[in-house]
Design a protein around this ligand. Structure first.
Ligand SMILES: Cc1cc2nc3c(=O)[nH]c(=O)nc-3n(C[C@H](O)[C@H](O)[C@H](O)COP(=O)(O)O)c2cc1C
Length: 218
């Protein structure tokens, strides 16, 4: 095979991969954590997912995020710790409702085979704007979900009480400056995820300059 032939077949192979990737992006849907089951990503697959999650645009190479993984028996312990903290928190609702919410929090962590916390370390004193560092953490969340989806797993980008609670932050060992950008359960979907309406492009895309309908040259 000539080197030109090799280059052509490599290009064709890359196009196949790219077409598969577009299909993953066009069909990806979130799956609730309670519907995520085994099989889980293998240790090698999880490393690959996290490597892809860390390969995001990052102005100034500040690495303004980190990851915390929860697997195995730690899932139940973490879920119980969060549920307990919720029930003791000031914002807890009337008894029955609070118990239901606490059970949901417990299930969110004990059911999915893996959860990854994407922790934003955005620093207002850094060389580049805090806003851009926060955006980079969001990109890490999305890359993580896309990588998991491309490997055939389902995932979901969640926040909720855990992400904003001081006691939950303490349980996770976050520093003062760190915030949870997303907690992302990963697993295999027990059932097909329902589609939801997507925005019509005409509602969200405009060209500049705006077409005002009147012609300046008329
Ligand atoms: C920053 C962020 C936080 C979110 N937090 C939650 C959450 O706590 N609970 C929830 O049900 N959905 C949450 N969502 C929405 C889901 O991730 C998901 O986008 C939604 O269920 C729609 O599904 P889709 O990803 O298939 O479009 C959050 C999304 C973002 C971007």
């Amino acid at each position: 095979m000539s080197s030109a032939d090799t280059a052509t077949s490599e290009l064709i192979a890359q196009r196949h991969v790219a077409a598969d990737m577009l299909w993953v992006l066009e069909t990806r849907r979130s799956v609730p954590p309670q519907q995520l089951d085994l099989p889980a990503p293998s240790p090698e697959q999880l490393r690959r997912i996290l490597t892809i999650a860390s390969r995001v645009p990052d102005h100034g190479s500040l690495v303004p995020w980190r990851f915390i993984t929860v697997q195995g028996e730690a899932r139940g312990r973490l879920g119980a710790a969060f549920a307990d903290a919720y029930l003791r928190s000031d914002g807890a609702q009337p008894h029955e409702q609070a118990e239901r919410t606490a059970a949901r929090i417990r299930d969110t962590f004990s059911t999915p085979p893996v959860t990854v916390f994407v922790v934003s370390r955005a620093d207002a004193a850094a060389r580049f704007p805090e806003w851009e560092q926060t955006l980079s953490a969001g990109a890490a969340c999305m890359n993580l979900i896309v990588a998991a989806s491309a490997l055939g797993f389902a995932a979901n980008w969640l926040t909720g009480w855990v992400a904003y609670s001081a006691s939950a932050r303490k349980i996770l060992g976050l520093s003062e400056q760190e915030r949870i950008a997303g907690l992302i359960p990963i697993g295999t979907s027990r059932s097909a995820a329902p589609e939801r309406p997507r925005p019509a492009l005409d509602d969200i895309v405009t060209a500049w300059p705006a077409d005002t309908g009147s012609s300046e040259h008329a």
